[in-house]
Design a protein around this ligand. Sequence first.
Ligand code: FE
Length: 219
Amino acid sequence: MGGHHGDHHDHDHDHDHGPDDSGSPLAEADLRVRALESLLVAKGYVDPAALDELIDTYQTRVGPRNGARVVARAWTDPDFRRRLREDATAAIASLGYGGRQGEHMVAVENTATVHNLVVCTLCSCYPWSVLGLPPAWYKSTPYRARAVRDPRGVLADFGLVLPPQTEIRVWDSTAEVRYLVIPQRPAGTETLDEDALAALVSRDAMIGTAVIVAPAPAA
Ligand code: FE
C-alpha cells in the first residue's frame, strides 16, 4: 500500500507555485474572470448561484470529458491502450488533448487486484488537459494529507470500500508528472460504443476516488 508513492520523484523540486503559475495565461484569465464576475454580480446582472452552476459544469462535466474520451478509447482500442501505457503524453496528444499542466502524463491502470489513487501532497497539481478544473476536495488539506497515509480510509469516505486484498497505489502528482487513472471497464458494457462508454466515465474515477459502475439495463 502506498508503495509507489515517492518512487519516481521527491518533492524537492521547483513545484508548481510562484511566478510560473501566477504568470500563466490561465491564472491571468482566472483573475480577469473573477474581476468581471464581481462587477456583474455587484451590478445585479448575474446571479452568483448561476455562476456556481457554470463553474460546476466545467469542473464535473466539460473538462473531464477529455479524459473520458481517453479512457473509452483505451477500453476499445488495444493499440491505443498500449501506447497510452508507454507514453501517455503522446497518446493523449494524438486525441488532441495537450497543453499546460498536461505536459508529462502518466496513465495508471486499475485492475482486478490494483486500485490507483492520485493526489498532490504539496499543492494541487492536476492533469488539466484531460480533467479540467480540480475539485475543491482535491486541493483540501485533509485529502492531501490522508491520501498517502490512509488511502483506504479516504476511499471509504468517498463511499468506495475496496476488498482488503486490493492493493492501493497512491501517486503523488508534481509539476513534472500528472497522473490519469484508467478505471476498469465495468462488466455488461461489451455492446456499448466508444461514445456510450465515455459517458460512463466520471471525473472521480479518473482521480481514483470512485470506480465506474455498469449502467442499469435498458427497460
Ligand atoms: Fe502540486
